[in-house]
Design a binder for this molecule. Structure first.
Ligand SMILES: Nc1ncnc2c1ncn2[C@@H]1O[C@H](COP(=O)(O)OP(=O)(O)OP(=O)(O)O)[C@@H](O)[C@H]1O
Length: 321
């Protein structure tokens, strides 16, 4: 988040937000380290007006010039006899908020899962910032700067909001668990933990959930959880964030807050790909929309272009667009 955040190669050396399954394993930390990392009530900083500005200061380094951050080429995913994705190809422009839509069963979630390493594609390629990342594990893709939000797993629900954030770039902590017991390196570990804690507080303030820092994540409302999911993803210091229905079940006030934060971050150079069923949200917020149908890309364009595209109207069988 902040411009002086640790280098990604250190900060996201684990599954981070990309794989809650691993991120929930306390064994990754060691008990003493987990406590050191999370027992921070006494360090709680005063709410700080400049925190939001600080948090928004991060400027993603961006793609090599002219290279789209994400390029998907001829993606195919079969599950036995079911072809979920059938030759999908598209690009996402740097710094954009791009919507990925399509009728039920069009292949959107499977495409997300193939892009972020949850599924290995049957065929085709995924390039992130020009680099072939096809078939890499979620944590390897997260380390390169592309993360997706995940629902807060049950185990994480038993931890506080602050702990959830501090565990997000868990590779950094796992590394420091080893370094903490290495003479001569303890100072560096303390510095790293302090920096991580500061970033966690900045991120909480940015999402306006700092008042919930010591609340168990499991006690949050649906909308607050969505903010926490975004905050966890941001803690890994990504370039690109994939959001799979981030507003489902979120009340209008929190929905507006979440969208505002997405726009703030986009203005700072982050790139977003958003799957969302609510067409109004897509049309009002995404400058570019990709429409999937039966596993491949049916149309691409601005919201207006998509809304008036005969093929899209037909694919949605007259549903309101
Ligand atoms: N693990 C799986 N095993 C078998 N079939 C699957 C699997 N995952 C998805 N499918 C099938 O692949 C197709 C595409 O599913 P996918 O969930 O990607 O679509 P979607 O566009 O995200 O749909 P929705 O909007 O309803 O969430 C569907 O026919 C679905 O039943």
């Amino acid at each position: 988040m902040s411009s002086d955040a640790p280098d990604r190669s250190d900060a996201a050396d684990g599954d981070a937000a990309a794989d809650p399954g691993d991120a929930t394993d306390p064994g990754d930390l060691g008990a003493a380290e987990a406590v050191a990392a999370t027992d921070g009530a006494e360090d709680e900083p005063e709410a700080n007006d400049s925190a939001v500005e600080e948090a928004a200061k991060h400027v993603p380094s961006g793609s090599p010039s002219g290279t789209p951050p994400l390029r998907v080429e001829g993606l195919v995913k079969r599950f036995g006899g079911v072809t979920a994705v059938d030759g999908a190809s598209f690009e996402v422009e740097s710094g954009s908020l791009t919507g990925l839509i399509g009728p039920n069963g069009a292949g959107k979630s499977t495409t997300f899962n193939c892009i972020t390493g949850v599924h290995e594609p049957t065929a085709g390629k995924v390039y992130f910032e020009g680099e072939d990342v096809t078939g890499l594990k979620p944590y390897q893709i997260a380390r390169k700067g592309m993360v997706r939000t995940f629902q807060i797993a049950r185990e994480l629900g038993e931890m506080t909001v602050l702990e959830n954030l501090m565990l997000a770039p868990q590779g950094q902590l796992g590394e420091s668990a080893i370094r903490a017991v290495t003479p001569g390196l303890r100072g560096a570990v303390v510095e790293e933990e302090t920096e991580l804690r500061e970033r966690a507080w900045e991120t909480l303030e940015f999402f306006e959930i700092d008042h919930l820092a010591h609340e168990h994540a499991g006690n949050l409302s649906g909308g607050q959880r969505k903010l926490l999911e975004m905050a966890r993803a941001l803690m890994t210091d990504p370039e690109m964030v994939l959001l799979d229905e981030p507003l489902a079940g979120v009340n209008p006030t929190l929905e507006e807050k979440l969208l505002d934060r997405i726009h703030d971050l986009r203005a700072d150079g982050y790139t977003f790909l958003l799957v969302e069923h609510d067409m109004d949200i897509i049309m009002e917020n995404c400058e570019r929309v990709i429409v999937m149908h039966q596993g491949s890309v049916l149309a691409e364009g601005t919201g207006d272009e998509i809304r008036n595209d005969e093929r899209v109207i037909e694919a949605y069988l007259g549903e309101d667009l």
